[in-house]
Design a protein around this ligand. Sequence first.
Ligand code: DX5
Ligand code: ZN
Length: 219
Amino acid sequence: MSNNKIAPSLLAADFGNLQRDVEMVNNSEADWHHIDIMDGVFVPNISYGMPVLKSIAQHATKTLDVHLMIVDPDRYIKTFAELGANVLTVHYEACTHLHRTLQAIKAEGMMAGVALNPHTSIHLLEDIINDIDVVCLMSVNPGFGGQSFIENTYYKVKALKELIIKKNAKTLIEIDGGVTSKNAKDLVDAGADVLVAGSFVFKSDNPTDTIKNLKEIIG
Ligand code: DX5
Ligand code: ZN
């Protein structure tokens, strides 16, 4: 039994039927709920914030994987813990004192994640990798769902996996953006552990079957 995970991104859900879509994920073979918080400053889009996350958390039964695309995320670590986040991911590019931020996330009982934009080298994590529970490699520029996958991601996954092994770290590798049934297998073969999928799941005719299919593909 493999531990590879699928994390449907609720950004692509039908917000008029959010409870229904959260319950679809609950009742599917998905592993995590991926929740994208955007502030309109770090990324050129605004998604949803605390009150919506509160509603999601009331219905969600799986791990809440919260991806913060916001500047100065330290301001809200406690708030997201109180809202029920299990994994809290901040962007490398948004943190001046990343080590301190990660310790603060863990002190609130959450797993600490670091997301890297497509242009940010995985080698910048060399001195912090042992403190990171999840590295989220952005395979699109953050801000929007439905974009196409950036092929250089394969190289980054492999290089990051090598770094994790070299440092004897236990870090999970998550891929976020443009994941489909076409690239899922190659991504886990390269070393990915968690695949986020938004549009590919929610815009499909049968999201439950699409998740099942993705789980079969990644083994
Ligand atoms: C992008 C978000 C992603 C997004 C993925 O900024 O971080 O989580 O929802 O959506 P798809 O799978 O449609 O690329
Ligand atoms: Zn995301």
